[in-house]
Design a protein around this ligand. Structure first.
Ligand code: AGP
Length: 611
């Protein structure tokens, strides 16, 4: 996710743009920039790193002019750098973009064949060149923008200015948020309302295909066909702080609720359904290399380690290659036996966790090929690994990982399919089945989020418990571990996750009427359903309380629980992705009801860059 803002009015655009970007910095913070028109004179200033670096640059000389666009970046293509920072400019056309252009390589090649030279590694720069090409064919600026986006496969929230028509901004969206701000003698466009509230509360939320021409005297809005339309003006009554969270009370809640979009963005451009295969940009490994591999190491910490445990199931099931999931902090000190025919996958939301980075370096030093599954392009792990797969979840601000976890599971599932096809352990038809199941996950997530009110009531009932136990078997064991971690780290309630089969080896001694036991029990073949039902009965027989997560319609399991949460039925390797969401909501609401600092829990940091 990136932050975008545009202004046309009487004020100097520079300070307005920077003020808006400050309100959007949570959407991305690896570089920022502004482009301002003063008549036909276009000035562009960009800076790598946090917004304050851009402010430092323009404090010397603020660009003059009353029309401008600004951007704070969350990199998806091209590492964080001045060259890759937006706005991107070509021959007087300057653009800012949020989204992913799937066909950018093909478009770039065609433009280069016409003599275009590109100055960045990004996909977004393509827009400036396409618009300029259309202008050269005699099209007006607005039609040039329309012609440019007509060639795009992917998603965009695009805002553009041109020195050829310097009194207007043209903006359009497809599958990425964009909002127009209306005010007397000045008008705005932004990624979301947070950037606008200082100036106006009257906004229009643009819809896919809409295109707007923003001038200081007014905004002309058109639909995909070019027909002039009007949309309802909404009066926003949020405070600016609320707006940064898009109306959510906490970033964690916002991030739980945006998992459908995060998963969709992680899948985008990677599902080759007709070939029954997976596309990873820049995949470097040959079939022979993959076939020669005799082990996959997964190195991670915390939530990322839990996703690695699920990844083991996926990769061993589909690619039939042994997977060792290692706590990074242990791996690096135990003189591990690693060889060159092995792949070490470092999983990390931040890409900066020192234990994981050091473990990846250790594996590399011992001969393994390294890969990272990471959410932050340009982070240490993405710079050092032999290959990177990005989770495209957008910035995760809440310390407790939620959308990072689910998008890591998606990345691992895609990797398992890719490895299975290369090793010949997965047929085209089988891969197509898995890809179809993955494609449906965003919709299933939306359905699960609808259980929130019910989960909140369960949280209210058990919020005073001092200890929780989370149980799961097979593919649900990692889900149980993750559920326990979520609860303990944001509500400060002691919680342990256990494999259900371990209950009789000790934990059952803990059972009493005061300790809620959360049991994850969808009817999946990989979770030994009858045995987990036995665990529920064991707990109930000893007076314990059971909150059971079950598939919709499983009346038997529901009847055994003190309380239950229903989730849609999914396939075995999708189930962990879905079952984790009610546990995220349960932990969130227990913590919120207990009044802890949900987004910044005590003693924790978002990225642990120390040993
Ligand atoms: C998870 O909610 C925690 N914030 C923590 O366990 C985290 O997963 C761990 O520190 C690893 O972080 P990373 O994914 O950025 O490497």
């Amino acid at each position: 996710m990136c932050g975008i803002v545009g202004y046309v009015g009487e004020l100097q655009a520079g300070p307005v743009l920077v003020g808006g970007l400050k309100r959007l910095e949570y959407r991305g913070y690896d570089s920022a920039g502004v482009a301002v028109l003063n008549g036909n004179e276009l000035t562009v200033v960009r800076a790598t790193g946090k917004l304050k670096n851009l402010e430092g640059k323009i404090s010397v000389e603020m660009p003059k002019g009353t029309v401008g666009i600004g951007h704070t970046r969350w990199a998806t293509h091209g590492r964080p750098s001045d060259e890759n920072a937006h706005p991107h400019t070509f021959e007087g056309v300057s653009v800012v973009h949020n989204g992913i252009i799937e066909n950018h390589l093909a478009l770039k090649a065609a433009l280069k064949a016409k003599g275009h030279a590109f100055s960045s590694e990004t996909d977004s720069e393509v827009f400036a060149h396409l618009i300029r090409e259309a202008q050269k064919q005699g099209k007006a600026f607005v039609e040039s923008v329309r012609a440019a986006v007509a060639q795009i496969k992917g998603t965009y929230a695009l805002v553009a200015i041109s020195d050829a028509e310097p009194t207007q901004i043209v903006c359009t969206r497809e599958a990425q948020p964009m909002v127009l701000g209306y005010s007397q003698g000045q008008n705005f466009v932004a990624s979301d309302v947070a950037a606008l509230l200082e100036h106006t509360r009257d906004v229009v939320f643009m819809e896919d295909g809409d295109l707007a021409v923003v001038k200081k005297t007014g905004i002309e809005l058109m639909d995909r066909s070019g027909k002039v339309i009007t949309r309802k003006v909404t009066r926003i009554d949020w405070t600016p702080g609320m707006a940064e969270k898009n109306g959510h009370k906490h970033f964690m809640h916002k991030e739980i609720c945006e998992q459908s979009r995060a998963v969709a963005d992680t899948l985008r451009g990677r599902i080759l359904r007709s070939e029954g295969d997976v596309h990873f940009d820049g995949w470097p490994f040959s079939e022979a290399q993959i076939k020669s591999m005799d082990r996959v190491w997964i190195l991670a910490c915390g939530t990322s380690w839990h996703s690695g445990l699920s990844g083991k199931w996926m990769i061993e099931t589909l690619a039939r290659i042994p997977v060792e999931v290692e706590l990074a902090s242990e791996f690096r000190y135990r003189d591990p036996i690693v060889s060159k025919n092995q792949l070490a996958v470092a999983i990390s939301q931040s890409g900066e966790t020192l234990d994981t980075l050091a473990a990846m370096r250790e594996a590399k030093k011992r001969g393994a090929t390294t890969m990272t599954l990471c959410n932050v392009i340009g982070s240490a792990m993405t710079r050092e690994a032999d290959f990177t797969v990005l989770t495209n979840a957008g910035p995760e601000i809440g310390v407790a990982s939620t959308k990072a976890f689910t998008t890591q599971l998606v990345g691992l599932y895609l990797l398992a399919i890719k490895l299975g096809r290369l090793r010949g352990t997965l047929s085209v038809a089988q891969a197509q089945e898995h890809l179809t199941a993955l494609s449906g996950v965003p919709t299933v997530i939306e359905a699960v989020l609808k259980t929130e009110a019910h989960v909140k009531e369960i949280a209210r009932k058990y919020m005073h418990a001092q200890d929780f136990l989370f149980l799961g078997r097979g593919t649900m064991h990692p889900v149980a571990l993750e559920g326990a971690l979520k609860l303990k780290e944001i509500s400060y309630v002691h919680a342990e996750g256990y494999a259900g089969g371990e209950m009789k080896h000790g934990p059952i001694a803990l059972i009493d009427e005061k300790m809620p036991v959360v049991v994850v029990a969808p009817q999946e073949p990989h979770i030994h359903y009858e045995k987990i039902i036995g665990n529920i009965e064991e707990v109930r027989a000893r007076g314990g309380q059971v909150i059971v997560v079950v598939e919709e319609g499983d009346e038997h399991a529901k009847s055994l629980g003190t309380d239950f949460i229903e989730i849609p039925k999914t396939s075995a390797l999708i189930a962990p992705l879905i079952a984790t969401i009610p546990l995220q909501l349960l932990s969130y609401h227990v913590a919120d009801l207990r009044g802890t600092d949900v987004d910044q829990p005590r003693n924790l940091a978002k990225s642990v860059t120390v040993e």
